[in-house]
Design a protein around this ligand. Structure first.
Ligand SMILES: NC(=[NH2+])NCCC[C@H](N)C(=O)O
Length: 595
């Protein structure tokens, strides 16, 4: 169906038209329409405009008012008046609110339009490192990236996912060599016929990593054998490659088990790690050198930037090829850009990566621009996220000072959420033991995701499980309970179905809820354009808050209400529920039907 024009857009257009009629020299001036608590909307644009054109703002505002039909039957605007130094206070007709919402409700997409000119975006997110434990930084990348995938796809963008896992580098020499010398270290205790748990895979890898590192640091001869193993790996020696593959496969078992716990779908074909660009590295460097973008400096191939200098004032280059001939992280990322733009056809490259890598990406993007791999038609953006802090505000560590294992955190979140669900369960809700477990997982994982997505990604955030699973405040649990409550009301309504009744007069809490519901499409578009899922989270939290006020002030299912009022209120509840469900789905969070 055709997209629904929001009330805000309609009103904005009316005021803009009246404004340019009243003051032709204003051109296409922005009326600066905002939601307001004095009326439904306030337009502040007349003030700045009158000031600029040396006119009287109240007079200009009065002229605009004259040009807007209000109060007639069928008009969207019921009342418009000049206030203060020259604002316009605008009140909408109840009828218009419900009619617009009914149009939204009739659409499976809730009236959210597709973007006018969708393109192709490659999102680089959820990129842990082989043979290493996943940490909270990897969690952030996965959670924020997955939300951006959903949000962008919902707007019609073609999204290609890339999990740029760390599966290459000199550390594999040591790991592989160790495995050759201790061939059973990766064997599964559980036997070949049972499936290996992510836990077991990781603990094997961990043990092997530590042991090989210790040997590498203490035994010169092993160190030398490990070095030679790196050469074999790079030369494509078959046995060495096969062992490398074992590390990758083993790690994937672990990664996928974590993503699975996170209720996240990761496709193996989207996992294109650093090794996936090996075949391009030489050409990437050659092209950079031939075009003069990169130059030789002390044996290394480097790119220099005027504005990137170290503490000593000397320039810090991006090293694309080391003096020993090895390629690093940068050469891989530059090759990945070429692949993503030239082979995958991306216009946008989005990197969901820790802010601590911002300098790297700044230099990589600039290098790609100089080389012509990025141009006016393509853009590269780092969605840089901050550090996860402990409750004490310090980088997240256990009491013993070790990095916190991601899996332990997730398990604890699920455990706590399950306790909340169990505690709230009663004869009326009557959840089965199975449902308690399912809901506990959906709430626990939702809590972790929401805590991350509800703050601006750029900021550091405190990982505080007590706060995350709290029933009050800006938490996913609060939103999930709001959703479940709607479902319970709908069940209680029995035969009575939701139905829009534009002829009814609305209570203030109904208007506030209705107007907020009407803003869903706009917030989705904003979150997509700015790569800021937290805008959507904030919108959903407000929606749940409006719903709470609405419940407090308006009985839904009640014998005292005329049938139309019950139906209309059920209609508002239903649309709120669908909006919550859709919005939470975009954030990767489930909404259980019964809680
Ligand atoms: N294209 C990229 N460099 N993506 C980010 C990769 C993140 C890296 N594996 C890490 O753990 O820090």
């Amino acid at each position: 169906m055709a997209s629904v024009t929001s009330l805000a857009a309609t009103v904005n257009q009316r005021v803009a038209d009246a404004l340019s009629a009243a003051l032709p020299e204003a051109g296409a001036a922005d009326p600066l329409l905002r939601r307001s608590d004095r009326a439904d909307f306030q337009a502040n644009g007349m003030l700045a405009l009158a000031k600029k054109l040396k006119g009287n703002p109240r007079e200009l505002a009065a002229k605009v008012v004259e040009g807007i039909p209000a109060g007639e039957s069928g008009a969207v605007i019921k009342e418009i008046e000049v206030s203060g130094p020259g604002f316009l206070n605008i009140t909408l007709a109840d009828e218009a609110i419900i009619k617009t919402l009914a149009e939204r409700a009739a659409d499976a997409r809730l009236g959210v339009p597709y973007a006018e000119a969708p393109g192709t975006t490659v999102i680089d997110y959820a990129q842990p490192n082989v043979a290493k434990e996943m940490h909270v930084g990897h969690l952030r990348s996965a959670v924020i990236g997955a939300a951006m995938v959903e949000i962008l796809e919902f707007t019609g963008e073609k999204v290609i996912r890339r999990h740029h896992i760390g599966d290459w580098g000199t550390q594999f020499g040591m790991l592989i060599q160790y495995l050759i010398e201790h061939p059973h270290e990766l064997d599964h205790k559980s036997g070949a016929d049972t499936e290996v748990s992510g836990e077991e895979a990781m603990s094997n890898l961990n043990r092997l990593y530590k042991a090989s590192r210790a040997l590498f640091d203490s035994d010169e001869e092993f160190k030398e054998r490990a070095r030679r193993r790196v050469v074999d790996l790079q030369a494509g020696d078959e046995e060495t490659r096969a062992l490398w593959q074992r590390f990758v496969d083993e790690s994937k078992i672990y990664f996928y088990s974590v993503f699975n716990k996170l209720d996240m779908e990761i496709h193996d074909t989207d996992v294109v790690g650093e090794s996936g660009y090996n075949a391009m590295l030489e050409e990437t460097c050659r092209l950079l050198e031939e075009s003069g973008v990169a130059v030789r400096s002390e044996g290394a191939l480097c790119v220099f930037f005027d504005d990137v200098k170290g503490p000593d004032g000397n320039p810090v280059p991006l090293i694309v090829k080391k003096s020993n001939g090895g390629y690093g992280y940068a050469a891989t990322d530059l090759s990945a850009i070429r692949d993503r733009v030239q082979n995958l056809g991306a216009q946008t490259l989005l990197y969901v990566v820790d802010a601590r890598q911002s300098l790297h990406f700044k230099m990589v993007f600039e290098t790609a621009r100089r080389a012509g791999w990025l141009n006016e038609k393509t853009q590269a953006v780092q969605l840089a996220f901050g550090t996860v802090l402990g409750k004490d505000g310090k980088p997240f560590k256990t009491r013993e000072g070790e990095t916190v294992r991601l899996v332990d955190l997730l398990d604890e979140a699920i455990e706590r959420a399950t306790a909340v669900v169990r505690e709230k369960n009663n004869e009326k809700i009557n959840l089965t033991a199975q449902e308690i477990v399912e809901n506990g997982a959906q709430i626990g994982i939702g809590a972790v995701k929401y805590a991350d997505l509800s703050t601006s990604a750029a900021r550091d955030y405190k990982f505080d499980l007590d706060q995350m699973v709290s029933l009050n405040g800006d938490t996913s649990v609060y939103l999930q309970y709001a959703y479940a409550r709607i479902q319970s009301i709908k069940r209680r309504a029995g035969e009575t179905r939701p139905a829009a009744h534009p002829e009814l007069e609305l209570a203030p809490a109904e208007r506030a809820l209705g107007l907020h519901l009407d803003g869903f499409a706009e917030v989705v578009a904003e979150a997509a354009a700015s790569y800021e899922p937290h805008r959507l989270a904030a919108y959903l939290y407000q929606l749940a808050s409006y719903l709470t006020t609405f419940y407090d002030q308006c009985q839904v299912v009640s014998a005292d209400n005329p049938a139309e009022v019950v139906e209309n209120r059920l209609f508002l509840c239903d649309l709120t529920g669908r909006t919550l469900h859709q919005g939470m789905a975009l954030l990767g969070i489930r909404t259980p039907e019964r809680l």
